[in-house]
Design a protein around this ligand. Sequence first.
Ligand code: HEM
Length: 134
Amino acid sequence: ESNTKSDPSSLYSRLGGLAPISVVVSDFIDIVVPDTFLNKNPAVQATRAHVPAAYLKYRVTSMVCSATGGPCEYQGKGMKEAHASLNITEPEWDRMVVLFKEVLAKHKVPAKESQELLELIGSTKADIVVVNSQ
Ligand code: HEM
């Protein structure tokens, strides 16, 4: 596995590189895609028919790899564009964060690295949550 180009102090390296990152992302997508609360959003539910989970795993893994200082290049859509038509609400965002924290705990990602990943995810919130429902 070629993570040799990466700074050893990067979040990417501290997470253990691409193999552990891809496992955490894969588990996360496996939990998020069938989640009944998130699928109450009809726009989100509708994408299940035409956006394969394997595709989302690939895109989210390459994004996390890139954003944490790893050797990947994210070539997917911007977060605003990817989620614009999904009408994602604040409660849906909060549900996703709960599910993400469960996956981090399951894989025993250390507190510091978990916090950094949550901040990274948090930095995309303004582009993803388009409905202010509170
Ligand atoms: C409640 C929160 C979220 C929901 C319900 C959600 C749902 C979705 C759905 C349904 C798609 C497929 C859109 C389509 O192709 O029509 C998608 C794409 C994507 N999402 Fe999310 N998402 C959420 C949050 C996030 C977060 C926090 C990230 C990463 C920081 C993320 C990263 C991506 C990426 C990388 C894609 C693929 C973009 C592409 O096709 O190039 N999503 N999301």
